[in-house]
Design a protein around this ligand. Structure first.
Ligand code: ARG
Ligand code: ZN
Length: 412
């Protein structure tokens, strides 16, 4: 049932003053019903939340999308006429977005249990390195389209010939819980080194490269203009539409499936692989450090999934069985804290074919432990996850990440 919401979007930007509906459709899809979505999609402006585009809708799939409030009754009657079961998940998105921030009185300064804006995160990267010089150092791996420095933190006890785990956050601008997790991870590393046995072992024997926000321009835009922005903010020649989907922009079956060639779409693959300064900077860094990087982790939201290659093909990777075994244990670790259930599997078979992702690219570079996390939740709040969930989400995710890192360390 799709639920229609009657809300005025309170942020500045494209949605200002328009009513919006967040709508989740839970349905037994048949192919006919897919046509309903296509019809709705071509008739109304739809913001797909999960999957990201109409092309990724498959039979039996649950689909989350947002429509503007003044369109919601039309969309609902269309769904009803077509026999699609639907549910209104968020009746008033503005209320939920306001509630993301548990308090309207925002203290300035960095806080691990709040969503921090880019300025605050940037200052935090300098501070955490300065205050923990024995464990953390900061470098810049490039600049964004709009010229912001892309910071990378190296976390680990100094040592010789150490192998490393690379983890990035903030590919997709609206997935705010992702950067929150990278910050949380670094905090946990510096505050539990020496007391937590596993963390101590990991940091003594491995380095973690943590990229707190890759798509900084997009992240800034979600704070200042439009909360639901996903892509980068680069211009596209021949189009007035902005941005490329960074997770469709890697050279891994680039733009062959589950990606769009149209600059206006949310899954636009870009003009070429690594056309974006951000993805190019990331890929350059990984290529340069291929001999040390043994695992690649990329943090997204939402849907509570642990995905591994491939997503650009239904073929399975050579160590598929091993990746499955690791995932089984990792999601079990994750669930041990609060019972949060994750599904897992190869990207293509678990969600959809989607080429050009960084996980598949890293894997094909030879990094055999490559995972995409899709953090909380499963759609109740979606991208508008309340701040009260930052702590539990990060705690449980940390369990899984530590498990994977320890496995990698045991199998160097
Ligand atoms: N929701 C993520 C995305 O669409 C899933 C990424 C899975 N990996 C992939 N290579 N498609 O970007
Ligand atoms: Zn994402």
């Amino acid at each position: 049932m799709c639920y229609t919401s009657n809300r005025t979007y309170g942020l500045a930007g494209e949605l200002t003053g328009k009513k919006s509906v967040a709508c989740v459709i839970d349905t037994n899809l048949t192919i006919t019903i897919t046509y309903v979505y296509i019809f709705i999609c071509s008739t109304f402006q739809i913001d797909f939340w999960n999957p990201e585009t109409i092309t990724q809708v498959k039979p039996e799939m649950r689909v989350d999308f947002r429509v503007e409030a003044d369109k919601s009754s039309d969309v609902e009657s269309l769904l009803e006429q077509s026999g699609v079961e639907y549910e209104i998940l968020i009746d008033n998105l503005k209320t939920v977005l306001d509630a993301q921030f548990d308090s309207n009185v925002r203290a300035t300064g960095h806080n691990y249990e709040k969503y921090n804006n880019w300025e605050t995160i940037a200052a935090w990267t300098a501070d955490i390195a300065a205050q923990n010089a024995n464990l953390v150092s900061r470098t810049e791996i490039g600049t964004t389209f709009q010229g912001r420095p892309i910071y990378l933190l190296k976390v680990g006890k100094s040592g010789s010939n150490k192998k490393a785990i690379f983890m990035d956050c903030g590919f997709h601008a609206r997935e705010w819980i992702s950067p929150a997790f990278c910050q949380w991870f670094v905090k946990e590393a510096v505050s539990t080194y020496g007391s937590d046995t596993l963390m101590t072992r990991l940091l003594n024997n491995l380095d973690f490269y943590i990229l707190p926000v890759l798509n900084i321009d997009g992240y800034v835009y979600t704070w200042t203009n439009y909360r639901m922005w996903r892509k980068t903010r680069s211009t596209n020649s021949g189009s007035s539409c902005i941005g490329t989907d960074p997770n469709r922009n890697f050279n891994a079956g680039w733009c062959s499936a589950g990606a769009s060639k149209r600059p206006c779409d949310d899954t636009y693959c870009g003009s070429a692989p690594e056309s974006e300064k951000e993805t190019k900077a990331l890929a350059d860094f990984i290529r340069k450090n291929l001999s040390t990087i043994k695992a690649y982790l990329t943090i997204h939201s939402y849907s509570q999934m642990l995905l591994f290659p491939y997503s650009y093909t239904y073929s399975v990777p050579e160590n598929y069985a091993e990746l499955n075994t690791i995932s089984t244990a990792a999601v079990q670790e994750l669930a041990s804290l609060y019972g949060t259930k994750y599904t897992f599997g190869s990207g293509a078979s678990t969600i959809y074919l989607a080429a050009g992702g960084s996980d598949d690219w890293a894997y094909d570079q030879g990094i055999k432990y490559s995972f995409t996390f899709e953090l909380r939740d499963t759609g109740r709040y979606g991208f508008a996850l309340p701040e009260s969930q930052i702590k539990p989400t990060c705690e449980e995710t940390l369990k899984a990440v530590k498990y994977i890192a320890n496995y990698v360390l045991d199998h160097l």
